[in-house]
Ligand binder design. Sequence first.
Ligand code: ZN
Length: 316
Amino acid sequence: MVVLKGFLFFKISLISALLSITFAHDASEKVFAKKIFGNFTSPTKLPSESVGKYNKGCLNGGVELPINGKTWQHINSKRGRNWGHPTLINFTKDLSLKVVEFGWMGLYIGDLGNPRGGPTPYGHAAHQVGLEVDIKFKKPSTLSLSLEDSHNDSRYGQPVFNELNVVSKNQRNVNSNWTREHMDILKAAAKDNRVNKIFVNAAIKVWMCKNAGSEDRSWLMKIRPERGHSEHFHVRLKCPQESPNCINTPLWNKYKNIDGCDKQLDWWVTERLEPKKKVIKKKTIKIKKKYKCSHARCYLPEDLPRACLRVMHVED
Ligand SMILES: [Zn+2]
């Protein structure tokens, strides 16, 4: 018995030592989670599962979206963010094929997530559970760009790929780059039952509210107004059934209408864009509170769901 215990202790110590060599994650060192997850180049071999919240979670059994496909081209692949839950990979491929009906040869695909999900070293707050993808508004002219020609991230050298901005400078309208085909693509995506919501620049949703016709407008609710998102739209899928620890974000509908074309949307392109009035403050002595960063970029491993510690430490 004593011999067996001794052997087990030796085995456990050996495994822990090997793991610490492989992942070099020492909790006492306070390494940010984005650094640990950003360094993975392979997924876990466990069954595919999205864990936690879209902006505080991780991914088991991630699948890679190939850089080129018959109807898609991944952009900025050097970042290594072309991984997701199989449901997301299938959705992305399906939508890229669907757009052929609208006269596009396919889609330019932006970031999905890290091989094991989790916070990304820079950029997004979400994209952590393998259920989100950014899709470019630029209509592809070729789907066989090289790794060099398909990036626009200055961290990896001179940017080559040019984005297409579809929103006017004052952020109140779409510009002349916007086409009805863009709405057809967004509509097809929103009508897909796997989709939870889609984020676009508010000016885009305003245009769609005016031009979507009077029949069948329920899909419009899934199109959500946001800042930015003028060169790509962000698709968020619902939690897959076999991911019990994945936390869905419900659609927020203050005015209980069917399409989200309401006062809240108007605010995005009116009041929100007005210059802020200067408030003259009375001089008072204030003790500065210590700033606590709560953004995904500041998460430590222990801020993520416990199951993500396993995702971090399990071998390939
Ligand atoms: Zn995004």
